[in-house]
Design a protein around this ligand. Sequence first.
Ligand SMILES: NC(=O)c1ccc[n+]([C@@H]2O[C@H](COP(=O)([O-])OP(=O)(O)OC[C@H]3O[C@@H](n4cnc5c(N)ncnc54)[C@H](O)[C@@H]3O)[C@@H](O)[C@H]2O)c1
Ligand SMILES: O=C(O)C(=O)C[C@@H](O)[C@H](O)[C@H](O)COP(=O)(O)O
Ligand SMILES: [Zn+2]
Length: 378
Amino acid sequence: MADVKVHLAGRSYMVRVDDGLLDDTVVQAGEFIERYHAGGYDSRRKIPFVTDQNAFAHHGEIVAHSLASDGYEIDWFITEPGEGAKSWEVLQELIDWLLERGVERGDTIFALGGGVIGDLTGFAASILKRGCKFVQLPTTLLAQVDSSVGGKTAINVAAGKNLVGAFHQPSLVLADTSALRTLPLRELRCGYAEVIKYGILGDADFFAWCEENGAKVLDHDREAVKYAVTSSIAAKARIVAEDERETSGARALLNLGHTFGHALEAETGYSDRLLHGEAVAMGMVLAARYSAQRGFLSENDAARITSAIAAAGLATEISSLGMTCDGQALADHMLHDKKMDGGTLPFILLRGIGDAFLDREVSLSDVAAFLSEQLAAA
Ligand SMILES: NC(=O)c1ccc[n+]([C@@H]2O[C@H](COP(=O)([O-])OP(=O)(O)OC[C@H]3O[C@@H](n4cnc5c(N)ncnc54)[C@H](O)[C@@H]3O)[C@@H](O)[C@H]2O)c1
Ligand SMILES: O=C(O)C(=O)C[C@@H](O)[C@H](O)[C@H](O)COP(=O)(O)O
Ligand SMILES: [Zn+2]
């Protein structure tokens, strides 16, 4: 078992990583409930759980059984799987559902699922009665290594990805690595894109570990998975503790590949055509190639990054997406990026593997031309 603490003044919390935590929710989360549940649920012993159909089908019963053995009952809110749940409609349904159940400000809402469920639940918790507590039980690799930690919560709107949201930290994160065994390979690869991101942006040794061990992670090797999850969380916890609200520039580095990636997600309609992790993988390749074109990164390092991503079975070429738009259309999506500052958009570029930086001098028309070349490449 590994515990990683996210240090934040007055809002520190624990991220626990181990096999079998969901079987043991009663001990892990149950203890937490006993200690921190100030609201009415202690007496009613009924707990609001938000999940989606897949996470519920694979892990709902075990969690319910575990909590029932200690006298708790779960009230389930179950959404359809997919990015579509990060929407005004589902948020409204969830808020109404929580209000109907009399959830109080001191109560805790549980999120069981991937990043979609975590982002939706966290945002609902942040606005309900001006802020309730929430606990993350992440069941995808992506959610365990990234989205469950750090307190970014959001929904998507017509203008773009994650444009309505709040910083709202969870009170506890329980990452049960055995839950990943039911995850489809495509989803595992998506999570792996965010794992290798930590190496590319700030840790050359971890990148080399990924080159060596990525296949084991995708093959569910227990030790490799635990190492990847714990190292990723530790990296994220350090950055979040340094710059919780993305003001100093440190946290913006976690957005490596995302400025490009979010534009690709927008252009492909936030659909199964391109999942978030797949967009981030392509986005990191684009960031590396653009860094090389600008003379910051060696062609050799850009090629090494592309190979490591391709080796995980993730697509690297945006021309493979069959998009009919040009580079300017992709650059236009970027105008909604939350990093926009005084009309300019800082980009996360690379000077080397493990050496990302924020470039505030990027011209969006130059990026548009670069993207048009990439779209035309075979
Ligand atoms: N808040 C953050 O810091 C942050 C970080 C990274 C990504 N995100 C967001 O996270 C979302 C992507 O998260 P995701 O990749 O987890 O997607 P997801 O939540 O859609 O989950 C992926 C798929 O796996 C299914 N699933 C979940 N757990 C399962 C399990 N154990 N076994 C089988 N199937 C399972 C889900 O039903 C879904 O179909 C995006 O919206 C992205 O913007 C947020
Ligand atoms: O936690 C962060 O900070 C990140 O940037 C992590 C990203 O992987 C994640 O996709 C995040 O939701 C993107 O944030 P956004 O601010 O660009 O919407
Ligand atoms: Zn991401």
